[in-house]
Write a protein that binds this ligand. Structure first.
Ligand code: EPU
Length: 448
């Protein structure tokens, strides 16, 4: 086991707004294997779950990402002791690092603006902290600028569990000196974050909590499985009704993070875009049936293999598609930009409706720089397939938008340079290596 200070210092630099760029020369087919990392959106709440116990929580298959490192800083600030084992060698290169988190002594129940404003999921510490310590003070969140992204559902759930909530100077202050009390929480809208937060908080509440209209994303199931290993009593995992029998205390556990379905889908779209034959090692088709179905409808081959999923496209045309984003098991909003990039060269007109976030179209104007023909009206993008995209300078604006530009760059003639790739580093581990090992002409141009 290694102490994490060197890694931490390195990553403090990595999470700064540095100006690396990525250069891609399009037109190369992809062949080989891409290892799929552990899911970012499961790792973050799993790390936060460590706040619920004084014992050690061990997480395996943790991806090395800027968001994970940022959350590690936030948790250390609360007093969580975090040590890291190194990445395992082949033959399982997709297995990530192992984190050991121990929140024996929570020394600070406040999460400051400087840290929380950089990543929305860090707001999710509010529920576990108030559940365990009876008080928490957490800055209102930041994160990718893809919509207004309020936190009303989080606050509604915590109030229902008996917490007193105040807003003070941009901070949410939650108090429950006598502990939280189980209750029925009916979410008026499906929210991944609010489901995580109330699920975690209710494990330490007195009595039973029922969460209705809970999000069903596989990452919530993964967190629930981990909480069950920690001693929580949860029924209905994978459904929209979760029943939690509160226990006064949770214990330590060992849990392996599930594979990243958004990374899986992204590389599947990349292979579809560039053409070729790639095995996504460690991928699980069952985690993203809707996205794979959509790809099959466009004419891309998808097949299960013993080690993952194989994606093939051998020169045939891409059929256009009509789709809208929906909570799981619908088509994920986190793959909307990637799908749109692919459809810019389809043989006809695609219609893509975004129903989750109201401002998640910032990739449209960047794709237009490459020659894409996209009309936006309200929540709907109409994408007319063009024969040719041409490389250009483009700007990464948020995590998933950035990677859609990589996909477009793989299809474009000539060179595409993507600026501000720090957005990409929040959620994609070793993206350039994973693609270049399969034959893509892609490199990082390090600034300074
Ligand atoms: N919403 C509210 N009130 C709330 C919370 C959410 O109105 O209190 C709204 C949001 O504004 C949005 C909708 O509900 O319109 C859904 O938001 P949700 O809470 O489900 O999103 P989130 O928890 O903030 C997570 C992922 C996102 C992913 C969404 C939707 C993590 C760390 N983040 O965000 O992932 O897009 O669910 O699936 O799990 C990404 O990884 O790039 C990313 C943005």
């Amino acid at each position: 086991m290694v102490a994490s200070s060197a890694r931490q210092n390195k990553n403090e630099n990595e999470t700064g707004p540095h100006m690396d760029r990525i250069s891609i020369v399009g037109g190369r087919r992809l062949r080989g294997t891409i290892p799929i990392s552990g899911a970012k959106n499961a790792t973050l709440p799993l790390m936060i779950a460590s706040l619920l116990t004084a014992d050690r929580l061990t997480l395996k298959n943790v991806p090395n990402l800027a968001d994970v490192n940022m959350l590690a800083r936030i948790l250390r600030n609360h007093g969580v002791d975090l040590t890291i084992d190194g990445k395992r060698a082949d033959p399982s290169p997709h297995l990530g690092e192992t984190f050991h988190l121990s929140a024996r002594d929570i020394v600070d129940t406040a999460a400051p603006y400087e840290l929380v404003s950089r990543m929305r999921a860090s707001f999710w510490v509010l529920g576990p902290l108030v559940a365990r310590c009876g008080v928490a003070r957490v800055s209102m969140p930041g994160g990718c600028a893809i919509g207004t992204r309020p936190v009303d559902l989080h606050l509604m759930g915590l109030k229902a569990l008996g917490a007193e909530i105040d807003i003070d100077g941009g901070y949410v202050v939650a108090k429950a000196p006598k502990g939280l009390k189980g209750t029925r929480v009916v979410f008026p809208k499906v929210s991944v974050g609010a489901t995580h937060a109330i699920l975690m908080a209710s494990t330490l509440a007195k009595g039973e909590t029922v969460i209705e209209n809970a999000a069903r994303e596989p990452e919530i199931g993964d967190v629930a499985e981990c909480l069950i290993k920690m001693g929580a009593k949860i029924e209905g995992v994978g459904t929209s009704t979760l029943r939690i029998a509160g226990t006064g205390r949770l214990e330590g556990a060992v849990h392996t993070v599930l594979p990243d379905r958004i990374e899986t889908g992204t590389y599947a779209f990349a292979v579809a875009a560039a053409g070729g034959d790639v095995e996504l090692k460690g991928a699980r088709r069952a985690l993203l049936e809707t996205a794979f179905d959509a790809l099959e409808r466009t004419g891309v081959g998808i097949a299960d293999t013993p080690a993952g999923v194989r994606v093939t496209r051998n020169g045939g045309p891409l059929e256009p598609i009509t789709i809208e984003t929906q909570p799981y098991p619908g088509f994920p909003t986190d793959l909307q930009a990637q799908l749109m990039a692919l459809m810019t060269k389809a043989k006809g007109t695609s219609v893509i409706r975004e129903t989750i976030f109201e401002n998640r179209f910032m990739h449209v104007q960047e794709l237009a720089r490459l020659g894409a023909d996209i009309q936006l009206q309200g929540d709907t993008a109409t994408v007319k397939g063009v024969k040719t995209l041409r490389g250009a300078q483009v700007m990464a604006t948020d995590l998933r938008a950035s990677v859609s530009l990589v996909i477009a760059g793989l299809m474009a003639e000539g060179q595409t340079t993507i600026n501000r790739v720090y957005h990409l580093d929040r959620g994609f581990e070793r993206l350039e290596q994973k693609l270049s090992r399969c034959g893509a002409e892609i490199e990082r141009l390090v600034s300074g």
